[in-house]
Design a binder for this molecule. Sequence first.
Ligand SMILES: Cc1cc2nc3c(=O)[nH]c(=O)nc-3n(C[C@H](O)[C@H](O)[C@H](O)COP(=O)(O)OP(=O)(O)OC[C@H]3O[C@@H](n4cnc5c(N)ncnc54)[C@H](O)[C@@H]3O)c2cc1C
Length: 415
Amino acid sequence: MTLEHKRVLSDADFEPWFEKAQKLSQLFREIGMKYDVENTFAYPTIKPFKESKIGALGIPVEFGGPGGNILQISKVVSEMSRGDSAITLAYNMHFIMFGIAMANMSDEQNKYWGGRVCGGELIFGPFSEQRAGFSGLADTRAIPQPGGGWKLYGKKTWGTLSEAADIITSSATITDAEGNLPEAFEDRVSSEMMYIADWSVDEDGNGDGVRIEKSWNALGMHATGTHVIHFDGFFVPESGYICEARTGLFSSLEWASLMFASIYYGMSQRVLEESRAVLSKKTLGAVFGAVAASDVKVAGVGHIIDGVGDMACKVEQNRRILWQTCNDLIDGYEDEWPLELRVPYIGLAKTTVAANTTHMAQKAMSLVGGSAFRKGTIFERLYRDSCAAMYQPLNADQTYTYIGEYLLQPEELND
Ligand SMILES: Cc1cc2nc3c(=O)[nH]c(=O)nc-3n(C[C@H](O)[C@H](O)[C@H](O)COP(=O)(O)OP(=O)(O)OC[C@H]3O[C@@H](n4cnc5c(N)ncnc54)[C@H](O)[C@@H]3O)c2cc1C
């Protein structure tokens, strides 16, 4: 089935969901710095997040949920991200994976897994491969078992939310009985499956045929707990098969690109908020430089006034491109685009928001001045965290390639 983008949940009925997001956002804001410093998943958020059942917002009414649409989910993700982007990025994987899985699962699967998500369970999705990120065809092997189903062997290097999740959806390539991957490229593509299965690990990250290697150590986004996941005989029953992985991912990639855009829109709001809080009050005293005066308030300095104005414009640009792209999907405007451009045109929201936000986080560092460079300030934190925006799909370089290749086809030039 295709999960259509619709307007089902009214604005009034959406309000309590947004209030849940505001409460979680406040909690994330309060503890975010601690988990950035400790470089671990923000464990105290798991219980309140699950109990809020906010992860069920997008489950369609026919599968027991409230039927929130992609714009409403975007709004709750941005609101939580305004509180703390790293903690929210972890839970964002749930919204991404639920969206992609729901769009590709059978009604029976949707009813079963959707019901579990309505009960507060969380999904994570370690798809990316070490050698080629999100676009890497799965090296994880799914070896068919005599009684049906597959046993999985291999590893995924980007396993955000693995410590809090109850359900996994990921990709693996179906092999022959001896575990050999298909040799021909086309066979490899068609043998790569998207699956869904139960996920259960103990405190040390060990489960039946799986292990979390708690190795996350990166420039930013510390609280995401993006660990390496090892599969060593992890069993996936036949009922867990969803679809061919590439077909499924690309037909519903908006759940990845627009949810990532929502994270960075929320982050851009926070950059502006923190910059205003400092720059509206900061006084330099007596200075001799571009401005020479006995007592200089930075709020009166030209490039700082312009800089803050520019930030506010970028925040508003972010909101417009993100919300309008969500509305384009809901209103069916995407039908106007050539099919080949659907993915990159939707992805433009992500690449634009990401570029604006990384620019803003850097600009905030220079406008606030040297104090922003010190460890533990919100500005160096936002600067580090914003860098993650470059990597999540769609990345800007590949977006331009998709569009440029399409426009340079000879048949297009003849039009
Ligand atoms: C904080 C964080 C959390 C993440 N969490 C998850 C997660 O939970 N699940 C998950 O699956 N992934 C996750 N990712 C991984 C993310 O999706 C990858 O970073 C992304 O897929 C890009 O892969 P890569 O960074 O390894 O780069 P690579 O794929 O190695 O790219 C290297 C270069 O090659 C280019 N390139 C790659 N593929 C192609 C192609 N097909 N055509 C043309 N050029 C190409 C890239 O543009 C880049 O310039 C996370 C990333 C971050 C930063």
